[in-house]
Design a protein around this ligand. Sequence first.
Ligand SMILES: *[C@@H]1O[C@H](CO)[C@@H](O)[C@H](O)[C@H]1NC(C)=O
Ligand SMILES: *[C@@H]1O[C@H](CO)[C@@H](O)[C@H](O)[C@H]1NC(C)=O
Ligand SMILES: *[C@@H]1O[C@H](CO)[C@@H](O)[C@H](O)[C@H]1NC(C)=O
Ligand SMILES: *[C@@H]1O[C@H](CO)[C@@H](O)[C@H](O)[C@H]1NC(C)=O
Ligand SMILES: *[C@@H]1O[C@H](CO)[C@@H](O)[C@H](O)[C@H]1NC(C)=O
Ligand SMILES: *[C@@H]1O[C@H](CO)[C@@H](O)[C@H](O)[C@H]1NC(C)=O
Ligand SMILES: *[C@@H]1O[C@H](CO)[C@@H](O)[C@H](O)[C@H]1NC(C)=O
Ligand SMILES: *[C@@H]1O[C@H](CO)[C@@H](O)[C@H](O)[C@H]1NC(C)=O
Length: 371
Amino acid sequence: MKTTPPTPPTSLSSLCMVMDNSKKLGTIVFLELFCLGCLVISICNVISDVACIESERQALLRFKQNLTDPSDQLASWSNGGNCCDWTGLVCDNLTGHVIELHLGNLHNPTEDTGFPGEPFEWSRLSGKVVSSLLDLKHLQYLDLSGNNFGGQIPGFLGSLHNLRYLNLSNAGFEGSVPPQLGNLTHLQYLDLHDTLSTYLYAENLQWLTYLTKLKSLDLSGVTLSKASHWLEVTNALPSLITLSLSNCDLDPVPPLKNVNFSSLGALDLSYNTFSNSISSWIFTLTSLVSLDLSHNSFQGQFPDGLRNMTSLTYLSLSSNGFNSSIPNCLYSLNHLQHLNLGSNNFQGTISEGVGNLTSAISLVLHTTNLK
Ligand SMILES: *[C@@H]1O[C@H](CO)[C@@H](O)[C@H](O)[C@H]1NC(C)=O
Ligand SMILES: *[C@@H]1O[C@H](CO)[C@@H](O)[C@H](O)[C@H]1NC(C)=O
Ligand SMILES: *[C@@H]1O[C@H](CO)[C@@H](O)[C@H](O)[C@H]1NC(C)=O
Ligand SMILES: *[C@@H]1O[C@H](CO)[C@@H](O)[C@H](O)[C@H]1NC(C)=O
Ligand SMILES: *[C@@H]1O[C@H](CO)[C@@H](O)[C@H](O)[C@H]1NC(C)=O
Ligand SMILES: *[C@@H]1O[C@H](CO)[C@@H](O)[C@H](O)[C@H]1NC(C)=O
Ligand SMILES: *[C@@H]1O[C@H](CO)[C@@H](O)[C@H](O)[C@H]1NC(C)=O
Ligand SMILES: *[C@@H]1O[C@H](CO)[C@@H](O)[C@H](O)[C@H]1NC(C)=O
């Protein structure tokens, strides 16, 4: 049954016409036709469970042959059977083309203490990502996160033109991020974050400007110290909702004349080396829901501009050098759920205004000098 090709749409539409005419017929005839409808719908369900395309099966087998798979996750990837049933694959249910490849490690690196054989390490695919993937011309979703490929991110990934989602986080890649990714103009999610090493870098992010549909960008852990245009480039992405540039070796936060970031809801600039005061453009992002500026070297006064950022539910200023008292305006951010001011030199007392933070479920104020 699975190999039956999909019924041409004409037969379905003629059935719909029959069902339309049934309105003129008696109830019994109508019910019979109705049941015929049920039957056709159930046949359609079986038919839509399509077989995969032979050339794509071959491409996937070549991809597997060049990988080492210690926990044998890809055991179902073999010659027989319908490859749409293989682990991690999603086929289009009408055409049979592979549209999604979910090969992210299901375990989290923090589960492991570093010994071989622990869940995360044991589940990492390694080896070479070969260009046979390019035969999956309809691929929209590619998750290779948590594996251990080594070497550079292959530039040919930029030719998977239909990708909407690309996740290469913690996948053991190193070296320069290939600018060919700028050809993925449909991309909505790009995650290259690396919390295990800092061997990835980009000297230029100009290619990002082509990704105008991007909603979420995570380059945390990618060294960007030479990518001096990072702010102009990200500011010009019209659909961006989440921007994570934690631990990117950025310094300083440049000024920005025309703030665009029109959809931005979450900004993470933690673990960089920003110093002095926070650039004023950040305070104009009044629709931000989440702001993380922790683990930098900001100094001096509590940032007064925060008073206007009333949508914030998450705010972290921890591990900086703030040394003023806390102004009452903080307590007007009444959507805050998580507030972290820890590891600073804040002075004075906590005002009773803290009682106005009615949404708060976590407050971290330790190792400040507050009383
Ligand atoms: C076919 O795919 C669409 C979209 O991915 C999904 O909503 C639908 O339920 C699928 N139909 C069947 C019969 O699997
Ligand atoms: C992948 O592995 C197969 C079988 O080992 C080999 O024939 C092929 O050349 C490899 N492809 C690449 C691009 O290395
Ligand atoms: C990418 O994969 C990691 C690990 O599985 C996950 O935590 C992260 O949320 C994914 N990124 C996106 C944008 O979905
Ligand atoms: C897109 O691909 C073409 C051809 O492969 C290449 O010449 C071009 O530099 C790529 N564009 C970007 C932005 O990388
Ligand atoms: C701001 O966004 C608009 C609309 O998306 C765009 O036309 C304009 O070029 C952007 N300006 C800057 C400075 O990025
Ligand atoms: C706070 O820090 C600033 C900048 O480092 C410094 O100039 C100022 O004297 C400090 N103020 C207090 C009260 O420690
Ligand atoms: C807060 O917003 C008001 C009104 O938009 C503006 O006049 C004021 O300058 C803003 N304050 C700060 C500190 O950005
Ligand atoms: C706390 O809320 C009350 C009632 O809305 C208001 O009168 C008071 O000024 C607020 N306190 C602070 C410190 O914002």
